[in-house]
Design a protein around this ligand. Structure first.
Ligand SMILES: [Zn+2]
Length: 395
């Protein structure tokens, strides 16, 4: 792959539509909207055979580097993220007669969550942009991934986490040599602190909302892998969401495959939240276009406990994508989250974190509501490993 280059050409604002060249940019300088990476798809189609591209046998996300926002002609900084297994579920929901229920197992990434995809792209972008340090806010998984990839890239890293973040995650962040700062308050407070340090010190902000338009692109490789493995598009994809960049990027990945003439359809996207912090689900059910921040998050699913306090527009972007796809947003109760986490381990051999268990509980919910019909296929993305919040059994 050496010598090949991304056909990344810049960003487009998701709110005002203005275009911006590649460079150090987070939100739209004109209106503050979140940005979406753009590519020269015409050149992409001219320079690669799309069928060969999707079928590449190398491991990891960088086999898809043409559609990642990194331009330098050098070997990427990587820990082998991506190429995670797609496992057919045999047991946990067999009473529901779902023939094609697949689990995309993101727990086997290098730091045990899907965040490695985004953070790998982010540190490569930091090198492209000539930045000398990184910072992020995190409920745990992003901090762990950022710390590991910063170590790999030789970049100093600061991680801001809200008080109450599982102790296992804090120990791992420290083990990777990052500077850990525990913030009194919720994720929104940690987000503000990380933003402040980014401005003060010129550190690249790797926070995994829609803030960093480079890192979010790494998430769409989940879609490429699902398509390559299934040889097609599933009817539904269920994804746990805080702000929701994984859901949005996954849908973008399928849209790219459809535009390239490879995919014949698009999946319906299901955003899954915990009932104790469900700002996107509330807006979906109320048929609102805007998402209002959630007052007091209270859930065992700490990885998706994002009240969207200072960036509710991020939730609105995810909501638009869910609606555009003809999908749904569902909230899972605390007892159900814990029960599904236990059952996934005991019946399928998959130890996932509480947030990830919501994506499997959602399948049951969709079936009950008659949305997921017999004969349809669904993929649940289990986003993080259970070993990092093993002690989280109740709130
Ligand atoms: Zn704008």
């Amino acid at each position: 792959m050496k010598g090949e280059i991304s056909i990344f050409i810049g960003f487009e604002c998701t709110q005002c539509g203005r275009r911006h060249p590649p460079g150090l940019v987070y939100q739209c300088p004109e209106c503050g909207g979140s940005l979406d990476a753009r590519y020269d798809y015409e050149r992409f189609r001219q320079t690669v055979s799309i069928r060969d591209w999707i079928g590449r046998k190398e491991r990891g996300i960088w086999k898809y580097r043409e559609l990642l926002p990194v331009r330098a002609r050098r070997e990427p900084i990587t820990l082998g993220e991506g190429s995670t297994p797609l496992i057919k579920s045999h047991s946990i929901l067999k009473n529901l007669n779902i023939e094609n229920f697949w689990i995309k197992n993101e727990t086997v990434n290098p730091t045990l969550s899907f965040k490695d995809r985004a953070q790998s792209v982010a540190v490569n972008a930091a090198k492209d942009l000539g930045l000398g340090s990184v910072v992020c806010a995190s409920t745990g998984n992003t901090g762990v991934a950022a710390a590991a990839y910063a170590a790999r890239a030789g970049l100093p890293c600061s991680v801001y986490v809200p008080a109450g973040t599982p102790d296992e995650k804090l120990r791992i962040i420290r083990a990777f040599g990052a500077e850990l700062r525990i913030v009194e308050g919720n994720y929104g407070d940690a987000y503000a602190e990380a933003g402040g340090e980014s401005v003060r010190r010129g550190a690249f902000n790797l926070t995994s909302t829609y803030l960093n338009p480079y890192s979010i692109e790494g998430n769409k490789t989940v879609a490429y892998e699902i398509f390559a493995e299934l040889g097609g598009v599933p009817d539904w994809i269920a994804i746990p969401v805080g702000a929701g960049p994984l859901l949005d990027a996954c849908y973008k990945g399928f849209r790219e495959l459809k535009a390239a003439g490879l995919a014949g359809s698009l999946p319906r996207m299901v955003g899954v939240q915990a009932q104790g912090c469900a700002p996107i689900v509330r807006a979906f059910e109320n048929e609102d276009d805007q998402v209002r921040p959630w007052d007091a998050p209270r859930t065992v699913a700490s990885g998706i406990a994002d009240p969207l306090t200072t960036y509710p527009a991020d939730g609105a972007r995810t909501l638009r994508t869910i609606r555009e796809s003809g999908g749904a947003a569902v909230a899972i109760g605390e007892e159900e989250i814990v029960r599904f986490r236990e059952r996934l381990a005991a019946e399928e051999g998959l130890l996932v974190e509480t947030s990830a268990a919501t994506a499997v509980a959602a399948v049951s919910r969709l079936r009950e509501r008659g949305l997921l019909q017999e004969g349809q296929s669904i993929v649940s993305v289990v986003t993080g490993h259970g070993v990092k919040d093993l002690t989280a059994t109740t709130i």
